[in-house]
Write a protein that binds this ligand. Structure first.
Ligand code: DQA
Length: 148
């Protein structure tokens, strides 16, 4: 049976491409989605892609992922550093989640060094720009394969 994965993006990531390109690069979220869709097709996995600027919508998306998807790649944006609700939602779904950031959060401002999500994620990928998304897909699919 083929795996289904959700790539979920949080606040301000809809602005990728024009938002601080020196930090986040020039690829748009649509470009990233297209790259991931091609990779998913090549890997034979089902892929859903979503973005919201609203914390509760992201919580709902995690709840909805249970039973629909086998794992989640989550770039929670700034909610990474603030949201206990997102952390609790990840714990509640019991789905494997990879925490993703385009930038290296550990090399940036102090307030970005702490992640509420890290402790409930299977791992974290950060600092590789848009390339982090396909990297996370490889990591998640390998992890899911090992689960079987
Ligand atoms: C981010 C890093 C966060 O600190 C920031 O608030 C974002 C994007 C990243 O992808 O590098 O919005 O998650």
């Amino acid at each position: 049976m083929s795996h289904s994965i959700l790539i979920l993006n949080g606040p301000n990531l809809n602005l990728l491409g024009t938002r601080q390109p020196e930090v986040y690069g020039t690829a748009t979220l649509k470009d990233i989605e297209a790259t991931c869709a091609d990779k998913a097709a090549a890997m034979g996995v089902a892929l859903s892609f979503a973005q919201s600027n609203h914390e509760g919508v992201l919580v709902d998306a995690l709840h909805d992922a249970k039973g629909k998807h086998n794992g989640v790649i989550l770039n929670a944006g700034a909610y990474t550093h603030t949201s206990i609700a997102l952390r609790d939602a990840i714990s509640a779904t019991e789905l494997p989640v990879i925490e993703l950031h385009l930038s290296n959060i550990h090399a940036r401002e102090e307030f970005r060094h702490h992640s509420h999500i890290a402790a409930v994620a299977i791992g974290q990928i950060c600092g590789f720009g848009a390339q982090g998304y396909p990297l996370a897909m490889d990591a998640l699919i390998t992890h899911l394969g090992e689960d079987k």
